[in-house]
Design a binder for this molecule. Structure first.
Ligand code: SAH
Ligand code: MG
Length: 221
């Protein structure tokens, strides 16, 4: 589906047509996700996070929301030699499939799945990550944020997916009643990352909306 409330259908279609198709396991995973309605990153978002991560050339990536492991496997190609990805997933069925895919891709030594709810797991994590990708339950982004800021190194990049949530974040006219709480929380998330003293953020209207935040250097809090 290319027509949505984020971007013009013809723009998305054009961008998707010009993206070179993935080969091998990523291609198979795209087909699996499509057939089984697993919400992996859309092709144009995949390119965006891939290019950003290439620029960062991280040693450590933290991901919240593994699903079948698609974005983790994609991002493994941006790591410095010996670099690692830690990815958090709470849904057992997805964990199994992701572990399988990671094995097929020979990335067991590169990608580690942490099993459980990110809200419980994040407080237990230590160390510094060069790049963090949030792609999980949208109502929880605000809870994830303080941990992500703590775990992100100065000069590191935080990427947040689905932040414009079908256009609902930008205008009340699109908001459906049962999504009111999520919309409120995502608006508060975008407001917070946009005005946070430690972050420089931008919101990009592709896919379902992607926010990119840079953690400033030399700010002591
Ligand atoms: N990043 C993946 C897609 C993730 S879809 C890709 O592009 O390939 C979102 C996933 O996040 C789902 O599998 C869901 O089970 C998981 N999830 C949502 N909220 C979570 C939470 N609080 N903790 C752990 N996993 C969560
Ligand atoms: Mg997403």
């Amino acid at each position: 589906m290319t027509e949505n409330n984020i971007n013009y259908g013809y723009i998305t279609q054009y961008i998707r047509k010009i993206i070179p198709p993935n080969q091998g396991i990523l291609n198979q995973m795209e087909e699996y996700a499509y057939e089984n309605h697993v919400p992996i990153v859309q092709p144009e978002v995949a390119r965006l996070i891939f290019v950003i991560a290439k620029i960062v050339n991280p040693t450590n990536i933290l991901e919240i929301g593994t699903a079948i492991g698609y974005s983790a496997i994609l991002l493994s190609n941006t790591l410095k030699p010996g670099g690692k990805i830690v990815t958090i997933e709470r849904y057992e069925k997805m964990i199994k499939i992701a572990a399988d895919n990671i094995k097929k891709a020979n990335l067991e030594n590169t990608i580690t799945i942490l099993e459980g709810d990110a809200e419980q797991i994040l407080p237990t994590l230590e160390g510094q990550y060069d790049c963090i990708f949030i792609d999980a339950a949208k109502g929880q982004y605000m809870q994830f944020l303080p941990h992500c800021i703590r775990l992100l190194r100065s000069g590191g990049i935080l990427i947040s997916d689905n932040v414009l949530y079908k256009g609902m974040i930008a205008t009340d006219t699109l908001v459906v009643r049962r999504k009111k709480t999520i919309v409120k929380r995502l608006r508060s998330y975008l407001d917070t990352i946009s005005h946070h003293p430690q972050l420089e953020s931008t919101i990009i209207p592709i896919g379902d909306g992607v926010a990119i935040s840079y953690k400033k250097k030399n700010k002591k809090v």
